[in-house]
Design a protein around this ligand. Structure first.
Ligand code: CTP
Ligand code: MG
Length: 402
């Protein structure tokens, strides 16, 4: 009796917050747990792993130590598409296919063994668990009826079917664009009544980060689940709750008698300007770095290298607009900006309003969100010696919910 497994790992892990199969749990990645347990079953002859196309090489590398993994292939948009892509790789001579979700890393060797035996005996099998709570049918916010919980089961994976029947059902569903969330419902649609094998609750599906917390009670291992789940949970919390991102930027340019002085996109009447590859607008450079920093992007030098002739003499306002496009495209909104120009001379206050207005126009934000201060250094250091200008900026970005 030949049996292959198809392990699907091509979901995006949107609810978890990252690609689940490559989340590290103890000393292994989530995907390895089910691959290892399934590999150890003596009846399994081959495994196809279906993963997100961006991770194909990483997953191949990770799984090369498991001899039974014969193919690692990219998945599709829906789970059903991913399973189908995996099935298509299984050799025609194979009789049964065990489908398993990589999101259920803690499936036990016992469940694998029992489900294979049950499928060989009954022609199919779906691992299910019963429910302990009373089950209600709800309509329009009100309970309509209480269901007989003894006849209610929750379907997990593995689910095992004859290769030929399963593939036919998949092809048929694909041609009719029918969508099913598991193999069992697909096969039920085509009139098959899959055999139920009772699973256990340790075979949980990791959907949200704190699902890992539950698992620690069931798994007999040295893995520090508490730390792991807390960490992942914290990351998720930060991702969801931390809508605000702060950025800091700072820049210094030396004076250059031959050049005009630009500060905050405004041409300032002064006896000298600043030296630099672009228009040397020290204030906008600080602001650009603050924006990039808050958005988790690179810095001005990486984005607009001064070795690139196309930025020679470029207006920093143009660079600011390019950066704001990048920042806005990532779903950020500017909450506020605060800036300081340190210079003995010229005095900044006469130009403050014009600078604020130019910057707020360039960024398409209300002037009220932009603040600028001028400071001297009380005669100290390079600023006091009037060798150049220093500017600082902080920016607060708000991430809009998707
Ligand atoms: N899966 C897949 N291909 C898809 C969608 C899901 O292979 N297009 C796999 C997942 O990798 C997972 C299993 O199906 O092993 C169950 O899916 P789920 O738990 O929903 O995982 P994700 O789809 O990754 O998570 P989410 O829905 O939160 O994005
Ligand atoms: Mg999903």
């Amino acid at each position: 009796m030949s049996i292959w497994a198809v392990i699907v790992a091509a979901g995006k892990g949107e609810r978890f917050g990252s690609y689940k199969p490559l989340v590290k749990i103890g000393d292994k990645y989530m995907l390895e747990y089910s691959v290892e347990t399934i590999s150890k079953n003596s009846k399994i002859e081959g495994i196809v792993v279906v993963c997100l196309s961006n991770y194909i090489q990483t997953v191949r590398e990770l799984l090369k130590k498991y001899d039974l993994v014969k193919y690692v292939v990219p998945g599709g948009k829906l789970r059903q598409d991913s399973v189908r892509k995996g099935l298509l790789k299984v050799p025609e001579s194979v009789e049964f296919i065990l489908v398993h979700d990589a999101a259920r890393p803690f499936v036990s060797a016992d469940i694998i063994e029992r489900s294979i035996d049950a499928a060989i005996q009954n022609g199919s099998c779906v691992v299910c668990v019963g429910v302990n709570d009373t089950v209600k049918r709800v309509e329009d916010g009100f309970i309509k009826e209480t269901l007989d919980r003894d006849s209610i089961f929750l379907a997990q994976t593995p689910q095992i079917f004859r290769r030929k029947e399963l593939l036919e059902a998949f092809e048929n569903a694909a041609s009719k664009r029918l969508i099913f969330t598991d193999e069992s419902s697909l096969m039920e649609f085509y009139g098959i009544r899959p055999f139920v094998v009772l699973g256990d609750k340790s075979n949980i599906k990791v959907t949200y980060p704190n699902d890992l917390e539950l698992v620690k009670n069931f798994i007999n291992s040295n893995v520090d689940f508490k730390n792991l789940s807390e960490r992942v949970y914290e990351d998720e919390k930060i991702r969801r709750m931390q809508n605000y991102f702060i950025g800091i930027g700072e820049d210094i340019h030396p004076f250059d008698k031959e050049r005009p002085l630009y500060l905050g996109g405004v041409l300032i009447p002064f006896e000298k300007g600043l030296k630099g590859h672009s228009d040397a607008d020290v204030l906008l450079h600080a602001l650009i770095d603050a924006l990039l920093g808050a958005a988790g992007l690179d810095d001005i030098g990486t984005l607009f290298p001064d070795t690139d002739p196309k930025y020679h003499g470029i207006s920093s306002l143009t660079l600011l607009q390019k950066v704001s496009t990048l920042v806005y495209a990532r779903g950020f909104k500017i909450q506020n900006i605060d800036m300081i120009v340190f210079a003995e001379k010229p005095k900044i206050s006469p130009f403050k309003h014009e600078i604020i207005s130019v910057i707020s126009n360039a960024l398409n934000i209300d002037k009220i969100k932009v603040n600028l201060k001028g400071k001297t250094s009380e005669g100290l250091g390079f600023l006091g010696r009037e060798e150049g200008i220093l500017a600082k900026a902080v920016v607060l970005l708000k991430k809009e919910e998707n």
